[in-house]
Design a protein around this ligand. Structure first.
Ligand code: 1BN
Ligand code: ZN
Length: 344
């Protein structure tokens, strides 16, 4: 074949190659393999000083079902059958995911008289390891709806207040079971948090965490990080930097809010300071000297700071927003897997 007849063939070949390259470029996002790397989201150009770490996906659908399952037991009010049955189920679930569970019984005086009987459920992932992260939430629910306009003396479902934090913990347990790490993780379900005296003494609240902080499940327990989750599932949630958390562990708070914002959850994690609130972390700090921070939705300031549904019958499954569970759960997943990789 002469050079003359070769030229058009080569030109066609080059055009074909160029067309194929162009198609491959356009189709790139659809051809990319499915990955579990979520850190940080859409890393087209990685943020400076934020090393890439493979982090599993937090499944909000699953967390939602864990919230629903709790609500289906009925209000988890201490001294009731629903409370007992839900506690047994929680223990079984954590064991199913390979956790070593301690059931710490608590009986504490109720401010209206008598005693509240409960159990702190301490689910330990790899209890033999020294470097540990502690993530806690309360699992009991309130026996009255004092902020509602009707049925004030009936217990609330506590889908958000009680259910949401525990839903996130259970999904974290499932995630750890499927994606092992080389650090310890303690998922602590505090009991007897939510039946205190509204407008009365702070010490009537958080009875389970008060007991745990004075009777640690292991001597001199001091996790690398300690985080409390409360009211982490409702529509319109806003997480500000809570005052007590900023006093005891500002670096951890700032890291978590920075991370959440890099992940694309800036709608929920607002990098602004708010005042301190009475919650389980206060007693953990006071009695165990563990610098625990609180991720708690405080959408407003003043009397309604916890949101319109707080301690009303509107705190039911209808208030739960999977996007909020996802934002909190994925941020906690990020915390665990980045700590495991030594980049937190
Ligand atoms: C948070 C959610 N709390 C109760 N439900 C803690 C609290 C304690 C809130 C005392 C107000 C007063
Ligand atoms: Zn409450």
């Amino acid at each position: 074949m002469s050079n003359k007849s070769k030229r058009p063939v080569m030109a066609y070949a080059m055009i074909a190659v160029l067309v194929l390259v162009a198609i491959a470029y356009v189709a790139r996002p659809f051809l990319a393999p499915k990955t579990t790397v979520t850190s940080p989201a859409q890393p087209s150009s990685p943020a400076p000083n934020i090393p890439q770490v493979a982090v599993p996906e937090f499944h909000a659908d699953s967390a939602y079902l864990f919230v629903k399952k709790q609500v289906d037991f009925g209000p988890r009010v201490p001294n009731t059958t629903a409370h007992k049955k839900c506690g047994e189920w929680l223990v079984k679930e954590f064991k199913r995911y390979g956790f070593v569970v301690i059931e710490q019984k608590v009986s504490a005086p109720y401010y209206k008289g008598g005693f509240l009987n409960g159990v702190n459920i301490i689910a330990q992932y790899k209890p033999e390891l020294t470097k540990r992260i502690c993530i806690a939430a309360h699992w009991d629910t309130r026996n009255e709806a004092e902020k509602d306009t009707k049925d004030q003396n009936k217990p609330i479902d506590g889908a958000d207040d009680g259910g949401s934090g525990i839903g996130v913990l259970l999904e974290l347990a499932r995630t750890l079971h499927q994606n092992p790490v080389d650090i310890g993780v303690d998922l602590i379900c505090f009991d007897l948090e939510d039946n205190g005296d509204n407008g009365g003494s702070n010490d009537t609240w958080c009875l389970g965490s008060q007991y745990w902080a004075k009777n640690l499940h292991r001597p001199a327990y001091m996790p690398y990080y300690a985080v409390l989750l409360d009211l982490v599932g409702a529509k319109g949630a806003k997480f500000y930097k809570e005052g007590i958390s900023m006093d005891v562990a500002p670096n951890l708070v700032n890291k978590i809010w920075d991370m959440a914002n890099v992940l694309g959850y800036g709608e929920y994690f607002i990098p602004e300071n708010r005042g301190g609130v009475t919650d389980d972390h206060l007693f953990v700090i006071r009695h165990a000297r563990i610098p625990m921070i609180d991720i708690i939705s405080l959408p407003y300031e003043g009397e309604k700071m916890f949101g319109d549904h707080h301690h009303t019958h509107a705190d039911n499954m209808d208030i739960i927003d999977k996007n909020v569970l996802k934002a909190v759960g994925q941020t906690m997943t990020e915390l665990i897997y980045r700590t495991n990789n030594g980049v937190m």
